[in-house]
Each structure stands twice: as structure tokens, then as C-alpha cells.
Design a binder for this molecule. Sequence first.
Ligand SMILES: [Zn+2]
Length: 76
Amino acid sequence: MKCLRCKGEMNDKYTTFMTEPDGSIVIAKNMPTQVCEQCGEESYSAEVAEQLERIVNASRSVIAEIVVVNYSKNVA
Ligand SMILES: [Zn+2]
């Protein structure tokens, strides 16, 4: 896979992703990500994005304000 911005090589990495749905903070660790070695552009597959949304929705019923999820553990 090539970077959409600079056509550099994209490498598989695990990164930490943060999102703030409805004022809560959700931190997802170990997200499988493609990172460009040249410009640092990050991209997630649609499947990963969907899984994350599912994890976040499941967590939100029990959270107060901050959630830290381990993406790899929740999907595996
Ligand atoms: Zn790039």
C-alpha cells in the first residue's frame, strides 16, 4: 500500500488513537494502523474503524468520562 499524500511506503504499526464522542474521551491502544514512513500520514482500514466504533459504543454504557480500551484485545 502506498501513501495517498506522497506515495511513500506505508508500514503496519500499532498506534494509540484518541477520540472524543459526546464530550467523553476514548483512548484506543494498539490500533492496527498504516503509517507512511516519509510524511507520517496515518490511515485505518474501514474494518478497523468499524471495530473501534463497536468497542466505543459498548464501552460508553459503563463509562464516566475517560475510557482506555485495548483495541487488539477487544477484537481478538
Ligand atoms: Zn506519505
